[in-house]
Design a protein around this ligand. Sequence first.
Ligand code: PLP
Ligand code: COI
Length: 338
Amino acid sequence: MKKVDSKNLSFNYTQTDMRYVAEYKNGKWDEGRMTDDPYIRMNECACVLQYAQTCFEGLKAYETADGRIVCFRPDLNAERMVSSCKRMNMPEFPKDKFVQAVKDVVKANKDFVPEYSSGGALYVRPFMYGKDPIINVVSANEFEFRIFTLPVGSYFKKALSLCVSDYDRAAPHGTGNIKAGLNYAMSLYPTMEAKKAGFNENLYLDPASRKYVEETGGTNVMFVTNDGKVVTPKSDSILPSITKRSIIQIAREELGIEVEERPVEIKEISNFKECFLCGTAAVISPVRMVTDHGKEITFDTSDNEMGPVTRKLYNTLTGMQKGTVKAPEGWVVEICKA
Ligand code: PLP
Ligand code: COI
């Protein structure tokens, strides 16, 4: 029996039944276990609380039309978490154990996976943090890796209005290309300012020259040219989105759409026809307007209909994720029956 109201989904924290926890002590991970306790007790001087030694991942589990529960490319989340851990001086969590733990947590919360027809999913949030008390600025010695889940609906509800930010979300040679909590902490002030001003999100520029488009606080960005080519920024300080990498492959190999990954100047975006954000939470979310210091740049979309190339990519990607379109080998991982 479902424990989720599939007709009233939001993107807010909801407590589900079970979560996974593994502890790292004396140079090794323990066996890991499931727990029903959503609370964490730690010392006031835990490294994560003082120096933000933490990173996370995000993926989704879906109910398919034929009654299975699946997730999408969890191996890539496991891999990206390894990169994040290396950069944050945290121990790697083994990739095979990561994927198994994702499957175990989803299975234990399968009644919270929204119905196929709802368009929702079970969001899966793996994370790791430094746990022991540290006051001098060095790495923790003890860590916890956890995974919790929550049922979610759309992250964005309608076509988006973005604001080109005067703040940076990343530094040159910093941590923009990993999923460190600190990247999100530094985006909170500019995000709240943008929302107060009536925008949905900030569009950040490259922190070195402020000439090129990077991404938003929680998504990569993609554009479509007048002749139907997809263009997306290439930069060392943006997160290598799994959704974007999948879209690029779908465009090139399934839909025969040309894709350019290259530096994109902010001053050229008025030449593009369509613009959309992509990510696990955002899926593919069309952008209606980007405001660059008073200059309004609009794109081919409305609240009811995305641009035609965006729509084609959306239908193919979500069809693969939910089992109605054949996906490349290994992308869709079956967990259990619904
Ligand atoms: N960029 C940022 C800053 C993000 O937080 C996310 C979300 O995970 C993405 C891009 C999209 O990445 P993915 O498609 O792997 O979810
Ligand atoms: C995700 O899409 O998984 C993220 O981590 C982004 C966040 C805005 C929820």
